[in-house]
Design a protein around this ligand. Structure first.
Ligand code: SF4
Length: 381
């Protein structure tokens, strides 16, 4: 078998990308392999040029609050430190009053534009699928203007199973209740063998793809995600990113790509993954740059400050990243897996950090429309 590194050349790949020619999967594989520091600098530079061509120095962020409605989950993914069983002493399932209280708090304290609603796959809710529909309906009737970004393809699958409705039927019903968009989580890694190893009970990758396309085709935008830095190979990442890029070609329904590094400390997968891989922020930064080069049909690449830390997230803005994510206000999932980079950044702090990094902070809504850009002028660094 010929080593592809013999046929391919980094400068030629970068030149191709800078000239607007789409990278092939073999180019991506070549970029993902170990590279010298000087080569990583070249990848970074190319990603930064491409990003600035599309987004200039603008870095967007959203003022939002996460609502984790339950931590009870029957799926037992091996990378997850968040799940609890029903009998755990810190298990919870929020009632609607508590959800409304959290939203009111988010609006009065920081003026949120969005709530991002995620949770475990609580077995008891299988018997009570109306919980999901009524949750959205209740939020919508109390907060007509709020953007509701809720429920991953996994939840759509569970609701479809519980009710006998099609995926489209479930998404349409949620839309009728007030849903605006969906997180493209539960993708993890779409390459089948590795997916089976890290989350054997999650939906098959084909099901994830089918639900995402269904959502896009009926007008519900989603994010796209990948979980990286665990057992996956470079080939797995190529497979995953190829699937995502192809869906985007077909539907244009993804708002952004979010690469989520595996946070291991309190998870059962920890013993299988080399700590050096997990702590390798440089590798994560290189990956962000490669995303900008390969995902030529994505305008927005988002960093993840709760997972890599604020300073590394700021660094990533020179590696092709143009979105800083959200204020979050409550980020239990990373914290439960052992992440220690905090769960809230105020808008004022985000603006200050972005300006200091030489960027132009722009507040956006969930669908990446710039909102209230004037607000940024009010903050002094
Ligand atoms: S990642 Fe989500 S689905 Fe998997 S165990 Fe954790 S809470 Fe459950």
């Amino acid at each position: 078998m010929t080593d592809i590194s013999c046929k391919l050349n980094l400068d030629a790949i970068l030149q191709k990308s800078l000239s607007g020619i789409r990278l092939e999967d073999e180019d991506l594989l070549f970029l993902l392999k170990e590279r010298e520091i000087s080569e990583i600098s070249k990848i970074k530079e190319a990603a930064d040029i491409l990003n600035q061509t599309v987004n200039s120095k603008n870095v967007s962020y959203v003022v939002n609050r996460n609502i984790n409605f339950t931590n009870i989950c029957g799926l037992n993914c091996r990378f997850c430190g968040y799940k609890r069983t029903k009998n755990s002493k810190d298990a919870f399932l929020l009632d609607y009053d508590r959800v409304l209280e959290k939203i009111s708090e988010g609006i009065s304290l920081i003026g949120i534009d969005e709530i991002c609603v995620t949770g475990g796959i609580n077995p008891e809710l299988k018997l009570n699928p109306d919980y999901y529909f009524n949750l959205v309906k209740t939020v919508r009737s109390n907060f007509p203007e709020l953007h509701i970004h809720a429920f991953s393809p996994q939840e759509i699958y569970e609701l479809s199973n519980a009710t006998g409705k099609s995926y489209a039927g479930i998404i349409e019903k949620l839309m009728d209740c007030g849903l605006n968009s969906m997180p493209g989580t539960a993708a993890e890694i779409l390459a089948k063998e590795t997916r089976k190893k890290i989350c054997p009970k999650k939906i098959e990758s084909e099901t994830w793809v089918e639900i995402i396309k269904t959502a896009h085709n009926i007008g519900v935008k989603t994010s796209a995600t990948v979980l990286f830095g665990h057992l996956e190979s470079a080939e797995d990442l190529v497979y995953h990113l190829n699937v995502i890029r192809s869906i985007q070609d077909e539907t244009a329904g993804f708002t952004e790509f979010i690469a989520l590094p595996f946070i291991s400390y309190k998870t059962s997968l920890r013993s299988r993954v080399d700590e050096a891989v997990i702590r390798d922020v440089d590798k994560a930064l290189k990956f962000y740059a490669i995303l900008r080069l390969y995902l030529d049909n994505f305008k927005n690449i988002q960093t993840s400050w709760p997972k890599i830390g604020v300073q590394s997230a700021l660094k990533s803005l020179d590696y092709g990243v143009n979105d800083f994510g959200g204020t979050l206000m409550e980020e239990n999932i990373t914290k439960s897996a052992g992440g220690n980079f905090g769960e809230y950044l105020s808008e004022k702090e985000i603006i200050k950090l972005l300006k200091r990094a030489g960027k132009i902070p722009v507040r956006r809504d969930t669908l990446y429309n710039y909102v209230n850009a004037e607000i940024n002028k009010g903050f002094n660094v």
